[in-house]
Design a protein around this ligand. Sequence first.
Ligand code: KIV
Ligand code: ZN
Length: 412
Amino acid sequence: MDAAAVSSFDGQALDHVLIFDTTLRDGEQCPGATLNTEEKLAIARQLARLGVDIIEAGFAYASPGDFEAVQKVAEQVGSADGPVICSLARALKPDIEAAAEALKPAAKPRIHTFISTSDIHLQYQLRKSRAEVLQIAEEMVAYAKSFVDDVEFSMMDATRSDPEYLYQVIEAAIRAGAKTINIPDTVGYVMPEEFGQLIKGIRENVPNIKQAVLSVHGHDDLGVSVANFLEAIKQGVRQVEVTINGIGERAGNTALEELVMALHVRRSYFNPYFGLPVDSEKPLTHIKTQEIYRTSRLVSNLTGMLVQPNKAIVGSNAFAHESGIHQDGMLKNRQTYEIMDAQTIGLQSSTLVMGKHSGRNAFRNRLQELGFHLSEQDLNKAFIRFKELADKKKEISDLDLEAIVNDETRPV
Ligand code: KIV
Ligand code: ZN
């Protein structure tokens, strides 16, 4: 589908992408990341400050603790001008009832109900026929709709399901009142172009598709979930389900910060798919990007899940430069080696790390920042000492630099 066509339809005609954060549900569902209600509330408040559109606060039926967390988030974060608060529910009446009950305090409640559609799940997990699942999907969406207006429906393992069958299930779910249709890549199996084609097929073959917002949910088993989502967005998807720092089951979920910053930094590339002029500065999400780093730290601290140093956007090395050539370029013009400003995600600035790859220019610059203005001769001597030390130590601290300068410039 070309960019012009995307702008001419309804449910997918939004000129921005809705950010559905599932850190508190799917994100928490990974070994070691368990959060108590107070911690979930702290994260939910920060997610609201970050500007996410929907918070999936938990799976109300799963445990009393989950029920309480959904209820408390609904009560304390789910105000009329805040985000939509959502609870997951299997396509079963008791699940839907628990979700509806926990969500009562929310001004904008959403029930997210799901059932598997792939033959392997039908045969081994559900032990049901396609016809039975189709009927359950329609009935349970209608049942959820009897409690709340905003119902989302997901087909678990959609990317390994027969597309013709998906079309039938989606059509039935929309007929029953689903406002959002979510396509999960549950096992992180699909490739970007295939995902785009699947979305295109859905839009071309489901007659009532315009009545719903199309959404995607992804896991990162093959490391391509952000690329998958970007391709899906190009084909008209207008809601993405993501977690902070990409935490989640197995290799994790699609990372909010990566997806949002790709849309932000490359908006001229994506604008036409939203019916916007190439040079439009209009943000493509509601996220306040300056809150990204703070949110990442909070989630990491509360879950105890460390962020790898080279993680895109929020890793400790994401805005650090060590190579001499890069540092030299950065000192002349930051854009030589940086595609985004560290302040955009709420960091003070990028850093030039002093190590064995650093050059004389970066060395002199750092010394000047520390208040040392050396003669050329002293600088040369200090630089030799610095290189000797850098061969022995991974990173040279400001204290190391001070010691070197004091040694080299001290009168003998
Ligand atoms: O991965 C998945 O399929 C899910 C669904 C419940 C949306 O998390
Ligand atoms: Zn998932």
